[in-house]
Write a protein that binds this ligand. Sequence first.
Ligand SMILES: [Zn+2]
Length: 135
Amino acid sequence: MTVSDDSVHPWDRPDEYDLDCLQVLTTPEQILTGLPLGLATLEALCDTCGTSMGEGADVFVYAYRAAEAPRWSLAGCYCEACAPPGIRNPTLGTTEVLVGAQLAVVSLPWERRHSLCVSTPTRRSFSPPTRGSAP
Ligand SMILES: [Zn+2]
């Protein structure tokens, strides 16, 4: 039996994917899902009041990405009481998003540890790079 070309699937050749294109098509919610928040303690602290939040807690996460940056940066994590109502000072050239989410403990078997991650994020506020004042 010979192996025909049909057995070679696209996922065997990841080089053919246009990674830049994929980044554009990905929503902030998808990017933020699974974003690690807590340290080894499996706790996340509210940036404003310092309340400790564990698995299942409702959190608000603020993240941004500059136009030329390949990754999103986590800029804030807040408890429900301290959650900002929106993006107060949008910055031109930066995509900013505020999401409500739950904390989930995700197992990282290859690292033999657990991590506290963002789960089921819902967009609360969004600022495209075309809006805001110059940084
Ligand atoms: Zn708080």
